[in-house]
Ligand binder design. Structure first.
Ligand SMILES: Nc1ncnc2c1ncn2[C@@H]1O[C@H](COP(=O)(O)OP(=O)(O)O)[C@@H](O)[C@H]1O
Ligand SMILES: [Mg+2]
Length: 231
C-alpha cells in the first residue's frame, strides 16, 4: 500500500486568547490517501479551519506528529515551510482571494511563477491555460475576476490551487459562497482531479449532501475529529 499523503497523529493545538489558553484541537488523528476525497463537517468554531492551518504549517501544533507528502513538517523552518506549501499544497478558500487587477490567466500564472521561478514564461502561460481548461474555463482566460460569476471565480481558484500539481488539496468551505448547483459543479471538478491526478483532497463543508459524495466523512466537534455516522 502506498504511503498516505497526510499522516497526522495526536495533534493538539492550544491558542492564547487574552490571558487564557484555548484547547482548539484535541488528540486529532488523520490519514489522507492519494486519490481520495475526505470531507469534514462540524459546527462553526469546532476547529475545522484550525486543522487546515496546522496541516499547511501556517499554525504550529502544540503536540503531535504530522507528515505531509513524506515531509515531517514540524522539522521545517519558516522558509522551508513556504517552499513546502508552494510545492506540495494547493489551498482553496471560501472567498476566492483572486487578485482583482489580474486576468484569470494571470492569477493562475502568478502562482505558478512563484512556485517555479525557473520555468520560462511561455511554459508558465501554457500550464496556467491548461489548468483553466481543466476546470472548463478555456474561454475565460482574459477575463478579470469582476467579469466572472462566483462559480467561475471559484473555478479560477481551483485552477490556481492545482496548477502546481500538489499532492494535497485543502479546501475550506469552497462552496460556501455559491448556490447549490454551482457548488456541486465545483465539487465534481475536485473529484475528477482526485481521480485523475491522485491528489488527496480534504474538503471542509457545511453541506451534508456534498459531504455524502466524499470517499470518507469525518466530523469535527469541539476539537475532536471522529468518523461521521450518517443520520
Ligand atoms: N488566532 C486565534 N486565536 C485564538 N483563538 C482562535 C484563533 N483562531 C481561531 N480561534 C478559535 O478556535 C476555535 C476554532 O476555530 P476554527 O478552527 O476557525 O473553527 P471552524 O473552522 O470549525 O469554524 C474557535 O473557538 C475560534 O474562536
Ligand atoms: Mg472555518
Amino acid at each position: 500500500m502506498p504511503a498516505p499523503v497526510v499522516d497526522a497523529k495526536g495533534i493538539n493545538l492550544h491558542l492564547k486568547s487574552g490571558a487564557t489558553s484555548l484547547h482548539i484541537l484535541r488528540d486529532v488523528d488523520l490519514t489522507l490517501l492519494s486519490g481520495e476525497v475526505t470531507a469534514i463537517v462540524g459546527p462553526s468554531g469546532s476547529g475545522k479551519t484550525s486543522l487546515l492551518m496546522v496541516l499547511s504549517g501556517l499554525e504550529q501544533a502544540s503536540s503531535g506528529a504530522i507528515t505531509v507528502a513524506g515531509t515531517d513538517i514540524a522539522r521545517l523552518n519558516e522558509d522551508q515551510l513556504a517552499i513546502f506549501r508552494r510545492n506540495a499544497l494547493g489551498i482553496l478558500f471560501q472567498n476566492f482571494h483572486l487578485i482583482p487587477s489580474l486576468t484569470a490567466l494571470e492569477n493562475v500564472a502568478l502562482t505558478l511563477e512563484i512556485a517555479e521561478p525557473s520555468l520560462p514564461w511561455p511554459e508558465i502561460q501554457s500550464r496556467a491555460a491548461a489548468a483553466l481548461g481543466d476546470v472548463g474555463l478555456a474561454a475565460r482566460l482574459t477575463h478579470l475576476p469582476s467579469a466572472l460569476s462566483g462559480g467561475e471565480q471559484q473555478r479560477v481558484g481551483l485552477a490556481r490551487a492545482i496548477v502546481g500539481n500538489p499532492k494535497l488539496l485543502l479546501a475550506d468551505e469552497p462552496t460556501g459562497n455559491l448556490d447549490q448547483e454551482t457548488g456541486a459543479h465545483v465539487i465534481e471538478l475536485m473529484f475528477g482531479i482526485a481521480r485523475e491526478r491522485g491528489t488527496a483532497i480534504l474538503l471542509i463543508t457545511h453541506d451534508p449532501s456534498l459531504a455524502k459524495k466524499a470517499d470518507r466523512q469525518l466530523r469535527m466537534n469541539e476539537g475532536h475529529l471522529s468518523e461521521r455516522v450518517p443520520a
